[in-house]
Design a protein around this ligand. Structure first.
Ligand code: MIC
Ligand code: SF4
Length: 647
C-alpha cells in the first residue's frame, strides 16, 4: 500500500510502536523550538534531567511572546533562557528577531525532518514539508535530551485543492474554509495533508498560513508536499541544499478526503468567539470597526505585508480605526524597509509594532469596550484580546487592509478594479536578505561546563508532584461546558505572562474568565476534580494549564473528550484525564459534590474507573498508553524520567 507524506516521515523516525491508527508511537525528533512563555518551564524541566548538551540536530529558543518587559520578570526570564541555551547547545533568537514559527521556517525548517515545539502553532513548519508538532514543554525537554516524542498514531485526512485562487483570496481564506468544513474538533487525532493541482500555485508562506491554523482544527499537524516551490523558497533563503522533494504515493490511503475548489473561494472571516464560526466577508460588509491588527505567526510574511502595503498605498487609515502592523521577523522587516513598503505603511498612519506576537497574545493593544477588532491572527477566543466584551474577527491581510482604509468591514474583491494586478500580485525576491544577527550561537561544549545559569527571583520551583493515589476523595470544584480552551484555564496577556515561571502567582488567574472564585475554592478544597464537556483543553499548548491545576490540588479531570496536547500535558503533570463512558452522565454531576474514585490503580490497568457521586455510580473510561499509565503512577513525566531512561 502506498504512503502519505506524513506516513513516510513517521516511518523514517519511528523508534517504538506500530503505525496503526490510535496506537502509541515514539518518534525520533530532529529539531525543537521553544518560545519564552513556555520556554522557562521547559528549560527548568530540561535542567532537572541533568543532561549537558542537547542531543537534537538543532534546538532553538525564541523570545517573542513576553517582550513587553514591564517590571523585571520578563527580562529575568529572557536572561535565564539565554544563559541556559548558551550552556546546553541551544541557539537563542533574541527578542525582536521575530515570531518563532516565522523565523523557524525562514532560517531553519527542513523538509522531511521532525520538529516539536512548546507552542501549538509549531505545525506552521508543515508548509515546508516538515512533520512539525506542538507539544508540552516537558515533552520538548525530553526530546532535547534525545528522548522519543510519543503520540497516538494519527489518522490521515486529505484536503484536495483544485483550481486557482482569485487574486484577492489567499491562504487564510483556504484555512478558514477548511475550518468551516471540519470545525475546531474535526482534526483531533489526525494529520491533514494538502494535495492536488492547486498546491503548486501556493507559495511557501501561504502554505505556512494554512498549516499554522491547522492547530485550530485540533489536528496533530498539517503538511504540504515539498516541491519546486519549496526548493525556490529555500534557495531564496540561501538554503537550497536543505531541499528534498516529498510527495505522497498515488495509492496512499486516507481516512477522510475533502475537496476545496480554490477558484470558487471568496474572502472569509471567523466571527466571535471561535475560529470555526466562519462567514463570507460580504455578509459582514459595512460593519463599523474600531481596531485592526495585522501580523502574528499566521499572516506576517513578506508577501502578506507587501499586499497590505499595496492596498494602503496612497490612502490613510480611516479615522475610526487604529491599525497595528507587526512584521513576522527581522528579515521581513528589513525587506519592507529595502523595498520602500515600510514607508507606505508608516505614511498610511499604521502603528508599526515590534516583530513579535504582540496583540495576538494580549501583550497590549486590547480593543476598546465592546470594540470590533479585525485580526489576521488565528484565535478569537473570548477574552484573549484582553477586552472581555470585544468582538474579534479573524480575516486575511487583504480583508484587513481594505477594511482599514474604508473604516468598515470590506470585501477586498471590491478593490478588484483595473489595478488588480498591481494590488494583489506581489513578486517574491529571488534572494531574501539574510542577516542572522538576531541569533546567538551556544557556547562550545568545552566552555559550557563552567557557564553560569542566571535565575531571577521570579523563577520559582516546579510544583510538588506525588505518585498516583489508589483512592481519591475530592470535591467537584468546577464544572464547565464544551470547547474550553487553555486560554480559559490559564489566561495569557500582559498581566499574567510575566509569571509564566512562577506557578504560585499564576494560580491566582486560573479559570479567571469562567469563574474568578475558582482558585480560592480549589485551594480550600485541598483536593479537587474538574468536570467538562467535549474538546476540553483546545488551543494553546501551554503546560501551565496543567501545572497550575496541579498546584491547586486538582487530581483528575473528567470530560466528554480532550484536545490532544492538553491531555498529554495533564498526564505529564500527573493529573488523571478521564472520559465519561456515557456522555449524558455529565448531567448527573454538579459543582460542589463530593466525589470518589476508588481502586484507581487497578482501574488504570483495566481502562475503566468508577466515579462515585453520592449514591450514583458513573463509569469512566481510561484512554491512555502503557507509558502514560506508568507516568501517572510515578507522578508525572519528570518523576517518570528520573526512574526510567529517556524513552
Ligand atoms: C498561543 O498562541 O496561545 C500561544 C501563546 O502561542 C501558546 C503558547 C503559550 O501559551 O505560551 C500556544 O499556542 O501554544
Ligand atoms: Fe505568538 Fe500568536 Fe503565534 Fe501564539 S498564535 S505563537 S501568540 S503569534
Amino acid at each position: 500500500m502506498g504512503k502519505t507524506i506524513a506516513e513516510k516521515i513517521i516511518q523514517e523516525h519511528l523508534v517504538s510502536g506500530e503505525m496503526v491508527t490510535g496506537e502509541d508511537i515514539g518518534l525520533h525528533i530532529d529539531q525543537t523550538l521553544t518560545q519564552d512563555a513556555t520556554g522557562t518551564m521547559a528549560y527548568i524541566e530540561f535542567e532537572a534531567m541533568g543532561i549537558d548538551q542537547v542531543k537534537t540536530e538543532l534546538s532553538v529558543a525564541y523570545i517573542d511572546h513576553n517582550t513587553l518587559q514591564s517590571g523585571f520578570m520578563n527580562a529575568d526570564d529572557h536572561r535565564y533562557i539565554q544563559s541556559v541555551a548558551a550552556k546546553h547547545g541551544i541557539r537563542f533568537s533574541r527578542p525582536g528577531n521575530g515570531i518563532c514559527h516565522q523565523v523557524h521556517y525562514e532560517r531553519f525548517g527542513i523538509p522531511g525532518k521532525t520538529l516539536i515545539g512548546s507552542d501549538s502553532h509549531t505545525p506552521t513548519g508543515g508548509g515546508l514539508g516538515m512533520l512539525a508538532m506542538g507539544a508540552g514543554g516537558m515533552d520538548v525537554a525530553v526530546a532535547m535530551g534525545g528522548g522519543e516524542y510519543h503520540i497516538p498514531m494519527p489518522r490521515m485526512i486529505k484536503v484536495e485543492l483544485k483550481g486557482k485562487l482569485r487574486p484577492y483570496v489567499s491562504g487564510k481564506d483556504i484555512i478558514l474554509k477548511v475550518l468551516e468544513i471540519l470545525s475546531v474538533k474535526g482534526g483531533v487525532g489526525a494529520i491533514v495533508e494538502y494535495g492536488g493541482e492547486g498546491v503548486k500555485s501556493l507559495s511557501v508562506p501561504e502554505r505556512c498560513t494554512i498549516t499554522n491554523m491547522g492547530a485550530e482544527l485540533g489536528a496533530t499537524t498539517s503538511i504540504f508536499p515539498s516541491d519546486e516551490v519549496t526548493r525556490a523558497f529555500l534557495k531564496a533563503q540561501g538554503r537550497e541544499s536543505d531541499y528534498r522533494p516529498l510527495a505522497s504515493d498515488p495509492d496512499a490511503e486516507y481516512a477522510e478526503t475533502y475537496t476545496v475548489d480554490l477558484s470558487q473561494l471568496e474572502p472569509l472571516a471567523a466571527c466571535p468567539h471561535s475560529p470555526d464560526n466562519v462567514k463570507p466577508v460580504k455578509e459582514l460588509k459595512g460593519m463599523k470597526i474600531d481596531q485592526i491588527c495585522i501580523g502574528s505567526c499566521t499572516n506576517s510574511s513578506l508577501a502578506d505585508m507587501l499586499k497590505v502595503a499595496n492596498i494602503l498605498k496612497g490612502h490613510k487609515v480611516a479615522d475610526n480605526v487604529s491599525l497595528s502592523i507587526s512584521p513576522g521577523s527581522r528579515q521581513v522587516y528589513s525587506m519592507l524597509a529595502e523595498t520602500g513598503a515600510l514607508t507606505v505603511l508608516i505614511d498610511s498612519g499604521a502603528r508599526i509594532l515590534e516583530c513579535a506576537c504582540g496583540p495576538c497574545i494580549g501583550m497590549g493593544f486590547s480593543p476598546n469596550s465592546e470594540g470590533v477588532s479585525l485580526r489576521t491572527f488565528n484565535r478569537n477566543f473570548l477574552g484573549r484580546s484582553g477586552t472581555k466584551d470585544a468582538k474579534v474577527y479573524l480575516v486575511s491581510p487583504e480583508t484587513a487592509a481594505a477594511s482599514a482604509v474604508a473604516g468598515v468591514f470590506t470585501d477586498p474583491s471590491d478593490l478588484a478594479d483595473e489595478k488588480i494586478e498591481e494590488t494583489f500580485d506581489v513578486t517574491m525576491p529571488e534572494h531574501f536578505r539574510i542577516n542572522d544577527s538576531g541569533i546567538i550561537m551556544p557556547l562550545p561544549p568545552e566552555k559550557a561546563a563552567e557557564a553560569e545559569v542566571l535565575k531571577g527571583p521570579n523563577i520559582k520551583a516546579f510544583p510538588e508532584t506525588r505518585p498516583l493515589e489508589d483512592n481519591i476523595d475530592a470535591q467537584l470544584v468546577l464544572k464547565v461546558g464544551d470547547n474550553i480552551t487553555t486560554d480559559h484555564i490559564m489566561p495569557a496577556g500582559s498581566r499574567v505572562l510575566p509569571y509564566r515561571s512562577n506557578i504560585p502567582k499564576m494560580s491566582e488567574f486560573c479559570f479567571e474568565v469562567v469563574d474568578d472564585k475558582f482558585p480560592e475554592r480549589a485551594r480550600k478544597a485541598g483536593k479537587g476534580i474538574i468536570v467538562g464537556g467535549s474538546n476540553y483543553g483546545q488551543g494553546s499548548s501551554r503546560e501551565h494549564a496543567a501545572l497550575v491545576p496541579l498546584y491547586l490540588g486538582i487530581r483528575a479531570v473528567v470530560v466528554k473528550s480532550f484536545a490532544r496536547i492538553h491531555k498529554a500535558n495533564l498526564v505529564n503533570a500527573g493529573i488523571l484525564p478521564l472520559t465519561f463512558r456515557n456522555p449524558e452522565d455529565y448531567n448527573l454531576l454538579e459543582q460542589g459534590m463530593e466525589l470518589k474514585l476508588s481502586n484507581v490503580h487497578q482501574g488504570l490497568h483495566e481502562n475503566k474507573i468508577m466515579l462515585q457521586a453520592g449514591d450514583k455510580e458513573i463509569p469512566l473510561d481510561v484512554d491512555l498508553s502503557d507509558r502514560q499509565k506508568d507516568m501517572l503512577m510515578a507522578g508525572g513525566l519528570l518523576d517518570y524520567t528520573k526512574k526510567n531512561s529517556l524513552n
